[in-house]
Design a protein around this ligand. Structure first.
Ligand code: NAD
Length: 255
């Protein structure tokens, strides 16, 4: 079987990708990377990611910016149906939208716990629930969840709600991978450690130093490095990979 050349190839030509949390950080890097690989990118965020859309278009990519709160189950369903009718059914879904909390258990309110679960876990479920019928109908598609090292190891620098939500998405990944394989739909995840984004920018210098010290490659990831791993997992070159939670963490966890 021919394997598509990776570097410089339009690996995602004729594909439609929906990326949540696309306005900035890792989501924006994935949106740029997938647009460069030839996909129509539907870039979803709480507010329409107009700036991102402008920069992708300037680079010759195809992008549709969409305002959508992934926690709104009914709105997610109707928006996905509208986008499928207006553009094309979703071939690739990237569940990237996520929020973090820092409170340890003693300071963690029930409301905060629920808000983390609502975005990180329920948001991913809502998106999967909405796109899966389109993928089942065409017996093809791929879903990629952006989780975290905390979902495997437990939280080191974040609230226990964060790692728990990400661990649950890892299990959602494997459960859907098992259940949707018969439709030739693959489901995988990328589990980063610390990435140079707004989420890690809030750390003190001391904490940043300690995190870097714990990473064998001795630095944080660049968002493009997460995007490149994501591109591989949704590309035809990964067609026989499903249920994988891929570490992209500089060696911080080897499992
Ligand atoms: N940055 C890191 O170090 C790191 C490490 C491991 C995993 N991650 C994960 O990667 C993903 C992206 O992280 P990031 O650092 O780029 O985050 P970020 O905070 O820079 O961006 C997250 C984006 O998600 C959007 N978003 C939040 N709630 C939403 C909702 N309800 N509906 C739609 N969009 C919503 C935000 O508006 C924002 O644009 C997250 O799932 C995060 O948990 C990040």
């Amino acid at each position: 079987m021919a394997v598509d050349t990776f570097v410089g190839a339009k690996l995602l030509a004729d594909k439609t990708t929906i990326i949540t949390g696309a306005a900035r950080g890792i989501g924006a890097a994935i949106a740029r990377c997938f647009a460069a690989a030839g996909s129509l990118v539907i870039a979803v965020d709480l507010n329409e990611p107009a700036e991102l859309a402008f920069s992708i278009e300037a680079e010759g990519g195809n992008v549709v910016p969409v305002a959508l709160d992934v926690t709104d189950h009914e709105l997610v369903k109707s928006t996905i149906e509208r986008l499928a009718a207006e553009y094309a059914p979703c071939d690739i879904l990237v569940n990237n939208a996520g929020i973090i909390a820092r409170e340890i258990i003693e300071n963690l309110s029930y409301e905060k716990w629920c808000s983390i679960m609502d975005v990180n876990l329920n948001g991913a479920f809502n998106m999967c629930k909405a796109v899966v019928p389109f993928m089942q109908e065409r017996r093809s598609g791929t879903i990629l969840n952006i989780t975290s090292i905390a979902g495997k190891m437990g939280d080191i620098t974040a609230s226990p709600a964060y790692g728990t939500s990400k661990g649950a998405v890892n299990t959602l990944t494997r459960s859907l991978a098992r259940q949707l394989a018969k439709y030739s739909i693959t489901v995988n995840a990328v589990a980063p450690h610390a990435v140079e984004t707004d989420m890690s920018a809030e750390w003190s210098q001391e904490k940043r130093k300690a995190v870097i010290e714990s990473i064998p490659l001795k630095r944080l990831a660049h968002p493009d490095e997460i995007a490149e791993a994501a591109l591989f997992l949704v590309s035809p070159n990964a067609r026989f990979i499903t249920g994988e939670v891929l570490n992209v963490n500089g060696g911080a966890l080897m499992d």
